[in-house]
Design a protein around this ligand. Structure first.
Ligand code: PLP
Length: 399
C-alpha cells in the first residue's frame, strides 16, 4: 500500500475545532437535558441581509438563462475585483493584483505553495491555527517538540507586550503570518506597530501574509484596516480577506487576496505571476453566484447592510466583555473585533474550558489550542443569536 504523507503524520493533534466539537458531543451525551450555547467557533449565525441575499438569488437565476449564463471565472469577475480595489484600497490596486477566491482560509492554505518547504515561517503566538497546521502540511514546519513545531518562529503576544510581538524574534527570509484584528486575542495593531512590522519584513527580506478577515469590525478610525495603509507594504506583503465575517458568507465562500506587482522573490521573479499560475492550476475560481452576492455587498446598500451586521456582532461582544469584567475577569478585544480574550492567570485553558462547559453549558475555545502563549486564556466568540448571548452572559455568573 502507498505511504502516508509524513507531513500529515507530523500534525500533533486533531484540528482545534473538531476537538472542541468532540468534547461538546461527549458532554451533551452525558447531559442530555443541557441547553448548550456555543460561543466557541467563529461561525456566523445571522441571516444574509436582504439586498445581498437578493443578489445571490438573482445570480443563481441568471445562470438558468442563455444570456445570463457564465462558466469558469478563473481569478474572478472583473467588476468584483475593481469594486474591491475601490472600496477597500482607495482604487490603488489594478484588477490583476486582486484574486477572488473561495475564502481566506483556502487562500492561506494555497499561498504557501509559492514559497515551498525551505522557507521558514513566523506566527503570532497565539494564532489562527491554519497558519501553523498549513505550514506543517507543506513541510515547512515539521516535528512538534512539546512546545511548538520546529521550523516556526513563535512570536509571543502577551499581556506584557500588549499583544504585539517582539519583532526581533523574526528570522531572515521568513514568511510572517500576521492577523489584525487578531483572532484569537482581539487585539488590533496600530499604524506605528504595522509600520514596524513592514520595516522588519523589508530589513529581514521576508514576506508578510496579512490576514485582514476582521477588518470590517474596526470602528476606531485611527487603526489601519489593511497592511497596504502602510508605506512600503507593496514590496513585502500579501493580504488575504473575506466576505465571511462582514457579510455572513461563511457557508457561501468568497474571499480575495491582494498580490502587488512590486512583490518579488529573491531571484527577482514576480510573486503575482506565480500566484496566477497556482490559482489557475489547482483552483478554478469562486462560485459565480457568490461573486454576484459579493458585488452587491460592496454597493451603497450592501455596505449599509454589512455595517449593521458587524454592529450587531460587536453589540454581542460588548455584552460578553461587560459580563466577564463584571465578574472580575480581565479581557481584551471585543471593541474593534468579534473576539474576547479572557485571562485566567495560572490556569490550564482546557480545564477552564471544561469548567465553563460544566457550570454554564457554554462552549468557549481554550487559548492553548491557538499556541503555547494562549495558555491561561479562553476565547469567547461574539458570533451568536442575541438571546443566546444574553443567556450565556447570565450563566457566566455561575463561575
Ligand atoms: N482568517 C481568520 C483570522 C479567521 O478567523 C477565519 C475564520 O474564522 C478565516 C481567516 C477564514 O475565513 P474564510 O471563511 O474566508 O475562509
Amino acid at each position: 500500500m502507498v505511504q502516508r504523507n509524513p507531513c500529515i503524520a507530523n500534525i500533533k493533534a486533531g484540528y482545534l475545532f473538531p476537538e472542541i466539537a468532540k468534547r461538546r458531543r461527549e458532554y451533551a451525551a452525558a447531559n442530555p437535558d443541557a441547553k448548550i450555547i456555543s460561543l466557541g467557533v467563529g461561525n456566523t449565525t445571522e441571516p444574509i441581509p436582504p439586498h445581498i441575499n437578493e443578489a445571490l438569488v438573482e445570480g443563481a437565476r441568471r445562470l438558468g438563462t442563455v444570456e445570463g449564463y457564465s462558466g469558469y471565472q478563473d481569478e474572478g469577475l472583473l467588476e468584483l475585483r475593481e469594486k474591491i480595489s475601490q472600496v477597500f484600497y482607495g482604487g490603488k490596486f489594478k484588477a490583476n493584483e486582486i484574486f477572488i477566491s473561495d475564502g481566506a482560509k483556502c487562500d492561506i492554505g494555497r499561498l504557501q505553495l509559492l514559497f515551498g518547504e525551505e522557507t521558514g515561517v513566523a506566527v503570532q503566538d497565539p494564532s489562527y491555527p491554519v497558519y501553523v497546521d498549513g505550514s506543517v502540511l507543506i513541510g515547512a514546519a515539521w516535528k512538534h517538540n512539546g512546545k511548538g513545531y520546529d521550523g516556526i518562529d513563535y512570536l509571543p503576544c502577551t499581556l506584557e507586550n500588549d499583544f504585539f510581538p517582539d519583532l526581533s524574534l523574526v528570522s531572515e527570509n521568513t514568511l510572517i503570518y500576521f492577523c489584525s484584528p487578531n483572532n484569537p486575542t482581539g487585539a488590533v495593531s496600530t499604524k506605528e506597530q504595522l509600520t514596524a512590522l513592514v520595516k522588519t519584513a523589508i530589513r529581514k527580506k521576508s514576506v508578510i501574509i496579512f490576514d485582514a478577515a476582521y477588518s470590517e469590525y474596526i470602528r476606531d478610525p485611527s487603526l489601519p484596516k489593511s497592511i497596504f495603509d502602510i508605506e512600503g507594504a507593496r514590496e513585502c506583503a500579501i493580504e488575504v480577506n473575506s466576505f465571511s465575517k462582514p457579510a455572513g458568507f461563511t457557508g457561501i465562500r468568497l474571499g480575495w487576496s491582494v498580490v502587488p506587482m512590486e512583490l518579488k522573490y529573491e531571484s527577482g521573479e514576480s510573486v503575482n505571476a506565480d500566484w496566477n499560475r497556482v490559482c489557475s492550476t489547482i483552483f478554478n475560481g469562486a462560485s459565480n453566484i457568490a461573486q454576484a452576492g459579493g458585488i452587491a455587498a460592496l454597493d451603497d446598500e450592501g455596505r449599509k447592510e454589512t455595517r449593521s451586521l458587524t454592529d450587531f456582532y460587536l453589540g454581542n461582544a460588548k455584552l460578553i466583555r461587560d459580563a466577564l469584567q463584571g465578574l472580575g475577569i480581565s479581557c481584551t478585544g471585543g471593541d474593534n473585533s468579534p473576539y474576547i480574550w479572557s485571562h485566567f492567570p495560572g490556569r490550564d485553558s482546557w480545564e477552564v474550558f471544561s469548567e465553563i462547559l460544566e457550570k454554564c453549558q457554554v462552549v468557549t475555545t481554550p487559548g492553548a489550542g491557538f499556541g503555547p502563549a494562549g495558555e491561561g486564556f479562553v476565547r469567547f466568540s461574539a458570533f451568536g443569536h442575541r438571546q443566546d448571548v444574553e443567556e450565556a452572559c447570565r450563566r457566566l455568573g455561575k463561575l
